[in-house]
Write a protein that binds this ligand. Structure first.
Ligand code: DX5
Ligand code: ZN
Length: 243
């Protein structure tokens, strides 16, 4: 029997029951990189608990963004939610852990042996916390069947439904994601394990409300948070996510 991962408990409790709601994970690659320290401080002041890092390798996706040195350089009280859009991440996992990752999410279609990557992560302690391992996520693109999850359900703490085709921030949310959330929710329920559901991409102040009450635990948002007043955006999105 698997014990529930402490982070799963933390974010599950935050998401349920009402009047709470999903936790926002804010995409730092969308921040003002010329003033990153100030943006991180403003996010902390606004109560953000998770910082999302979009790692793009210029191969699995066309863009290159940031890697372990950048993630390590961000000194923050927020937990680090690392989204690897990277081919064959096995060799570099230790660098992300050393950068302080709390959650590491991989794309199974980017690995020859995705289950092995998850096994290795499952045996890896957080850099500063002897009491917990790094939480493991599997990301599914809009074109990937949710059935791809089946062999991973014993080896993950989070499913991340990517609601855009990965590679860029600021794209339009693909509405079919809503049906996929329900399909994943049912799979998790029948697995008997506690697994978080995250949704990533295209979430804005205008459409975030449609994710309320659907069993989502974490909502990733990048460009929408940094468009205008950061604190007002976080407050508005957090409120809209409460059922
Ligand atoms: C896309 C990334 C997303 C995205 C979020 O490949 O995984 O995290 O950048 O940015 P917005 O919220 O702008 O879609
Ligand atoms: Zn992401």
């Amino acid at each position: 029997m698997h014990a529930t991962h402490p982070l799963v408990q933390t974010f599950r409790e935050a998401a349920t029951p009402a009047p709470h709601g999903p936790t926002l994970s804010v995409g730092l690659v969308s921040a003002d990189l010329m003033a990153l320290g100030a943006d991180v401080a403003r996010l902390e002041d606004a109560g953000a608990r998770l910082a999302h890092f979009d790692v793009m390798d210029g191969n699995y996706v066309p863009m290159l963004t940031v890697g372990p040195p950048f993630i390590k350089a961000v000194k923050t009280a927020m937990m680090k939610d690392v989204h690897l859009m990277v081919r064959e991440p096995l060799a570099s996992l230790a660098d992300y852990v050393a950068a302080g990752a709390d959650i590491i999410t991989i794309h199974p279609d980017a690995c020859v042996h995705p289950h092995r990557v998850l096994q290795v992560l499952g045996a890896t302690k957080h850099r500063d916390r002897a009491d917990r391992t790094v939480a493991r996520g599997v990301a599914l693109n809009p074109g990937t069947s949710v059935d791809v999850l089946d062999p991973f359900l014993d080896a993950i703490e989070m499913v991340m439904l990517v609601a855009i085709n990965p590679g860029w921030g600021g794209q339009t949310f693909i509405q079919a994601t809503l049906g996929r959330i329900e399909a994943v929710r049912q799979k998790i329920a029948s697995s008997g394990r506690e697994i978080l559901i995250a949704v990533d991409g295209g979430v804005t102040r205008r459409n975030v409300g449609q994710l309320a009450g659907r069993g989502v635990d974490i909502v990733v948002t990048g460009s929408a948070v940094f468009d205008g007043d950061l604190k007002a955006n976080i407050d508005e999105m957090t409120r809209a996510l409460r059922v």
